[in-house]
Each structure stands twice: as structure tokens, then as C-alpha cells.
Design a protein around this ligand. Sequence first.
Ligand SMILES: Cc1cc2nc3c(=O)[nH]c(=O)nc-3n(C[C@H](O)[C@H](O)[C@H](O)COP(=O)(O)OP(=O)(O)OC[C@H]3O[C@@H](n4cnc5c(N)ncnc54)[C@H](O)[C@@H]3O)c2cc1C
Length: 449
Amino acid sequence: MSSVTYAKSIPVIAEPDVLVCGTGLAGLGAAVSAARQGASVWAVDRMGFAGGFFTNVIGSAFDGFVYEETGRPVVGGLVFEMLERMGVIPPGSGGDHAYNVNGDFTEVEKHPERLIPRCDPERFKRAADEILLGAGVHPLFHTQVADVLVEAGRIDSVILSNKAGLVAIRPKMVIDATGDGDVAAWAGCPYEQAESLQPMALHFRIAYVELTFELRRKCAAVLERARTAGRIGLYGGPWPATFSGRDIYFNAVRTPGDCTNPEDWTQAEIRGRADAWRMFELWQQELPEFADAYFFTSGPTAGARESRRIVGDVTLTVDDIRQARRFDDVIVLGAWRLDRHPQDDAGYHEQPVVPPYDIPYRTLLPQGVDNLWVAGRCHSATSEALASSRVTANAMGMGQAAGTAAALAARGGYGSREVPIVDLQDRLVQAGCILDPTISTQSHTGKVL
Ligand SMILES: Cc1cc2nc3c(=O)[nH]c(=O)nc-3n(C[C@H](O)[C@H](O)[C@H](O)COP(=O)(O)OP(=O)(O)OC[C@H]3O[C@@H](n4cnc5c(N)ncnc54)[C@H](O)[C@@H]3O)c2cc1C
């Protein structure tokens, strides 16, 4: 491949204490918590809104938020606050409820008495705008992180690309919440990528059809028959959910590939749209419930479950998760199933349930750079462990911890590894985060399970 060398002087548009790259689940948590700790914060995203998976891909399930055996929350803090702002729970009541796992509709069928922590994308967008502005964060949308300048083990500047051209921000501290570890990778930090990545997926929404437990089973049966007959290719689930009761969004498309390869991501969009329409047409042909159904949107974009996993000072393993190993530097708990989507098989896959487990601070610290944190699905975990720790509530919890730590470091003038852990944990608990797993393993009525 030939190459060109490109050099240009570009304007520095801001020099904040903290720059958050990506305003998805982790980035939102990071930006708000850093600003609430008194730091000046800029937060950039390539999309025109915050919310990451919930708004870029369309999702409803705050997975990783609840230990499904008890229905009790394992992540609090900003996750509770977002649910309050969307009107899902009354203010201040986060710890009072038993919650359902809405990432798996069979759980909703099993536990009708539990509250569904549903995230509607438009409500999430509005709540995200409000929480960012309320905390004093300076958001900058339609702005893509394009490169990084590193000097003496610190990020000096982050290069951004937007409609103004190329611009730079020179922050004291940087949080990489891009999901793909773009900043850390481009800063030269080591990372790993599984040979067989979890597949990408384009979600789609169908209007004027009512979601029932029975319809879910029928939709699955139609796809299974079509696959056996060679009428469709790969698909996942299907996992349906509803926002209004008269619409369904489907997590059902399954496209193998690596989103850090733009060719693969393009194919995930194009193949994803073709597959989504094919599924819709099959359901329309075979299910009377789809008589009035209308395919009203896909996307906005195909999403990636897994790409780069940055190598941190500690790497979370599947044994740490299964054995609920305790870490002195725990900053958020996880409890989502070991949910590793296969890229070469259709339908439902095995998802072993795990106990509430610790995610340590050191999984947020990329090696070789002192003023950078990674939070969310690019944190340091093996591919098997990431199958659990990658989900939304845990990403937001990791972001809350990274933002709090970055603000402390900016104020104290020290690096990410000098952050006083006990002080950080105290601040997280004061902000409503849950770091004690016994809170989650007790039933709603206080019985220890
Ligand atoms: C198809 C699919 C279904 C899923 N279903 C569920 C589910 O039901 N429940 C659940 O809890 N989890 C689910 N997940 C997992 C979940 O989406 C993620 O793991 C979680 O969102 C991770 O949060 P994050 O903040 O790390 O990344 P994201 O939420 O992806 O946020 C990353 C943000 O960074 C921005 N960004 C990326 N690169 C750049 C750049 N270079 N410059 C600027 N901005 C950038 C993106 O626009 C985005 O806003 C699903 C994932 C996929 C792909």
C-alpha cells in the first residue's frame, strides 16, 4: 500500500481538565462524574447525540444492572439517575425495587412482578442532554477522534475531525470511552482482539404489532424453519423488546466482522438491512399478528459487541467472574451472564448466569500512558470475561469511576496510578454506586440467597 505524509498546524480549541472521547454509556458516566467533582470537562462524540448503544444502535435493556437471581441492583449511581430522569423509577428510589432482566424476554415472562428498567432511545437522548448540561459538561457532537499526540508517557493532544476541519484539544486527563479503544490504540497502548469476535448487529423496529410471549416464540420458529430451508442466513435470537406496547424492536441480525475495519462495518450495515427486511417479510407472510405491521426504522447504525480490548494493569478473567473474586480496587460490580454471541451459529446461545463480581480499577488503566483511562467495552478483560462486563450498566459504572478518578488526578496534579483508591471508592459510594455485593445477593425482602 502506498502512503502520504501529512503535516498541518491546527487550532487548539480547548484545554480542559478532562476530555471524554465518546459519550456512550461509559462516556456519559465519565463526563458527568468528572464535572460533578469540579473538573472542567469536554465530551466529544461522532454522533449527534449521547447515549451510545441505547441511541446509536437502539436498545432498551440496561443489562448488567441487576443480579437476576434476586432482582436486586448491582450498579447504582448514575444508572439510577438515568432511570429516574427517564421516568422509569421515582427519584431516590433506585435501591428500593426488584428489577427484571429485560435483555431476555423469557425473564420478563418468569418475573412479571419485577420492574423493567427500560431505556427508550428518545427518552435516553433527552435525559443525556439534560444530565450533561446540568453537570456543566461542554459537549461537542459530530466530532470524531482522529488521532492522538503522546509525549513522555502522557497524552498531550487529541486530534479531532469535524465540519470545522481538523482541530485539537489539549486536556490534562483523557478518558477513552469510544468502545473500541481508539484513543488508547492510537496512543500506542497494547491491546488484544479475539480471532473470533462477537458478531455485529443492526437492530430494527416494527410498528403496529403487539409484543407477546407467544409472538416471540412464533417469530423464533419462523426464522428457524426458514434457516433450515435455506431461505435465510445467519441470525441471532431473535430478542424482541417493546417501548410503546404497539411496536417491537428486534435484536436478530447477526453479521460477523470487525468494526475497526471500515469495510466490515459497511458490510454490517448493508447486509444487516437486507437481512432485517428478509426477516420482516417472512414474519409478514407467516404470522397474522404482522398484518398491519410497518417496518419503520433500522439502526441508526450497526453496533459492535467486541473489538479492541486494551491491556491494562490487571485483566479481568472468566475465573474472576465465576468465583466472584474480590479486588481491593473494585470500582463497579458486574452480574450480566457470560453472553458471548457466536459469529457462526444462529438462534439462541448458552448464557451462563454468574454471581455479582468485582471489576477492578486497574482494568481501566492502559499500559504505558499515565493520564489516560479506558472505560466500557474496551476495558482490560479477556474475551470470555468481556462477554459479561461489556454491557451497558457496567460500562456506565466504569465511566463513573474513570471520571471521578480523572477529576481527582487533574486536581491533585498526579497520574492515573496515583489516584487514592479508598478516596475514589468513598466518593463513588457517596454518589450512590454499589460496591458491596451483599446488597445484590439479598432478596427484596432481605433474605440472603
Ligand atoms: C447489537 C448489540 C446489542 C446489544 N444489546 C445489549 C443489551 O440489550 N443490553 C446491554 O446492556 N448491552 C447490550 N449490548 C452491549 C452494549 O451496547 C455495549 O457493550 C455498551 O454500550 C458499552 O458501552 P460503551 O460506552 O463502552 O460503548 P458505546 O455505548 O458503544 O459508546 C461508545 C461511544 O463512542 C462514540 N465513538 C466511538 N468512536 C468514536 C470516535 N473515534 N470519535 C468520537 N466518538 C466515538 C460512539 O458514537 C458512542 O457514542 C449490545 C451491543 C450490540 C452491538
